[in-house]
Design a protein. Structure first.
Length: 111
């Protein structure tokens, strides 16, 4: 786990299952209950849970394009609004946060 000068955490990972030209490997969300979060985000995105382990769950787009969505135990307690929020298309759920309070936005004009 690393952090940029503003404190935004990120991990450097070896290339792992994905398109050869992918530059972003994973988007990580905190999840006290990764299985419940996996079910919620699978329903919200149409992605499938492709891996489940003690560290959490991993979802992938059916085309295996783009980054994976990984959910695992929080590194630190949540103290305010997340700096990272997922943006969903108009068919996504119209609520401002998932069951554990991770905020997201629904884009009304999807290409």
């Amino acid at each position: 786990m690393l952090a940029d000068p503003e404190g935004n955490e990120f991990c450097v990972l070896p290339r792992h299952r994905g398109p050869a030209d992918a530059t972003l490997a994973q988007i990580c969300l905190d999840a006290a209950d990764p299985d419940a979060q996996g079910r919620f985000w699978s329903a919200a995105t149409g992605w499938s849970v492709v891996e489940r382990a003690g560290w959490g769950v991993c979802l992938r787009d059916p085309e295996a394009a783009g980054p994976a969505l990984v959910m695992g135990p929080p590194a630190t307690p949540k103290t305010g609004r997340n700096r990272l929020r997922l943006l969903l298309g108009p068919d996504g759920p119209a609520v401002p946060a998932d069951p554990e309070g991770n905020e997201f936005e629904v884009e009304r004009s999807w290409p």
